[in-house]
Design a protein around this ligand. Structure first.
Ligand code: SAH
Ligand code: SF4
Ligand code: F3S
Length: 468
């Protein structure tokens, strides 16, 4: 395995020089930046890095496009709907651009990494000044500098096939209790429906000392609920040539001092193992929570998805996790309507859902992504049938969740208060160790604090509790 390619220190310093250059150009002007993220947690983490760079350039952040001097959309390509939304939002900016031609409109992320979209933006969306792909993210300061000084449109998507890792650039996170911490980038799995490997490049892991350093910083800054991110965290370290895998990394991070919880996502069933569950069970700071997408309950569909595990293997993994951590919270992703899915295949998905009783499910209707193998598969199932299956799945899961939520009635739990709730009766939101949503009431509650609560009532989406 080749070692990950880290962007050189000189190149990073060079970007800092551009940050200073932009700060000088904009000196004395009140500049505001607006950012919007369309994609997953990985994309949110990327936006935080761009916000960090913008902040160093002297921008303040705004949450409306109306008073923004710089607008950034960080896009997602995982399903058609995500792409449509991004195009719709960019289209809607043409009016604003006519009124205020100086506003800079930038587009980045997974959708911007695809040549077909780049051509479309070049031709039909003249309001976009800057476009860069996922591999070029660390070069953002130099790209923005060119937009500002050369007064022309800049497009940069020619990232390396394998991408690079950039350490040492600034990050601006939201204040609060939760933070993302990327441990690796990219994906090698090429599930036949999925665009991610094409837009994020091959797997590359950060060095453990870099991850540990960032965790120290997060804990020192007061973050309490930290999620380790990667498309497939279980293959962490395979490209490093060091003697460390994801379970080892968890143990190492668990030793960092401080009162915090570690979560991680996403785990791929083909690489999850009893060793991982042992590490989770042994480490008090690692939340007993597992997001383990199974996508389909049919071996035939799994094979055509190139998932490389069977339903039987998945069942054994769940049994092993529950044996080691009986109170573990489980969630999963499911795709309904993959090309060729029969009623029988779908029934097997329903059966796995009923039998496993997940706490939370993320369900998606299959969306054809051009360039992926599944886009060429024959797909005769009518949309109406797929929709009906989708709704049946939701109903099945709702029944399970109602039962599981009701079982919390009267229980005492430790939760992390993480925000303001909407209703007046329960003014704060909190999360259980398993990441379930709780609305809390009681004296002296504070965001960012762990507290003991008792569950008073439950609904499908939320537990309601009072501080003890
Ligand atoms: N790396 C993660 C998930 C990345 S995408 C993993 O492997 O689990 C998040 C979810 O989107 C996937 O788990 C899958 O359920 C869904 N998804 C991905 N491509 C899709 C497509 N073409 N159509 C519908 N859902 C899709
Ligand atoms: Fe996509 Fe599969 Fe990689 Fe997840 S593991 S990002 S679903 S290719
Ligand atoms: Fe979307 Fe890219 Fe994430 S395609 S789901 S933003 S990795």
């Amino acid at each position: 395995m080749s070692a990950p390619r880290t962007v050189s220190k000189e190149q990073i310093q060079n970007q800092y020089a551009y940050i200073d250059g932009i700060a000088n150009l904009l000196k004395g002007r009140q500049m505001r930046a607006y950012t919007h993220t369309f994609g997953c947690q990985q994309n949110e983490a990327d936006t935080e890095r761009i916000r960090g760079m913008l902040y160093e350039m002297g921008f303040s952040m705004t949450d409306t496009v109306d008073d923004a001097d710089f607008i950034l959309f960080n896009t997602c390509a995982v399903r058609e709907h995500a792409e449509d939304r991004a195009f719709g939002n960019i289209g809607a900016l043409s009016h604003l651009k006519k009124q205020r031609p100086d506003v800079i409109i930038a587009l980045c992320g997974c959708m911007a990494q695809q040549q077909k979209n780049v051509e479309k933006i070049k031709k039909s969306y003249p309001q976009v000044n800057l476009l860069f792909g996922t591999h070029a993210l660390w070069r953002f300061p130099s790209l923005l500098y060119r937009v500002l000084t050369e007064k022309k449109r800049v497009f940069d998507i020619d990232g390396e096939e394998c991408g690079e890792i950039a350490e040492g650039l600034p990050v601006l996170r939201e204040d609060g209790a939760k933070a993302w911490l990327s441990i690796m980038y990219g994906c090698n799995n090429f599930c036949t429906y999925c665009i991610v490997p094409y837009v994020r490049g091959r797997e590359r892991s950060r060095f453990p000392e870099e991850i540990e350093r960032e965790l120290h910083e997060l804990v020192a800054a007061g973050y309490k609920d930290i999620t380790l991110l990667g498309q497939n965290v279980n293959s962490y370290g395979k490209d490093l040539g060091l003697d460390i895998d994801f379970a080892d990394l968890l143990r190492r991070l668990n030793d960092v001092s401080g009162d915090f919880l570690l979560r991680f996502m996403t785990s791929h069933p083909k690489d999850a193992s009893p060793k991982l569950f042992e590490a989770m069970a042994d480490c008090p700071k690692v939340a007993r929570q597992l997001h383990l997408p199974f996508q389909s309950g049919s071996d035939d569909i799994l094979r055509r998805m190139n998932r490389r595990y069977t339903v039987g293997e998945y069942r054994r993994l769940i049994a092993c996790a529950r044996e080691k951590m009986p109170d573990i919270t489980l969630s999963s992703d499911i795709i309904v309507g993959f090309p060729g899915e029969t009623e029988e295949d779908f029934e097997q998905t329903l059966a796995l859902v009923r039998e496993t009783e997940f706490d939370l499910l993320f369900t998606f209707l299959y969306s054809k992504r051009s360039g992926t193998p599944a886009a060429e598969y024959e797909d005769k199932t009518p949309a109406k049938v797929k929709q009906e299956r989708f709704e049946r799945l939701l109903r099945t899961q709702d029944e399970i969740v109602a039962r599981r939520q009701a079982a919390y009635q009267g229980k005492r739990l430790r939760v992390l208060v993480d925000g303001a709730a909407k209703g007046p009766d329960y003014p704060f939101t909190a999360r259980t160790e398993g990441n379930l949503l709780v609305c809390v009431r009681g004296e002296g509650l504070q965001i960012g604090q762990f507290t003991e609560v008792e569950i008073e009532k439950t609904s499908l989406r939320c537990l309601f509790a009072r501080k003890r």
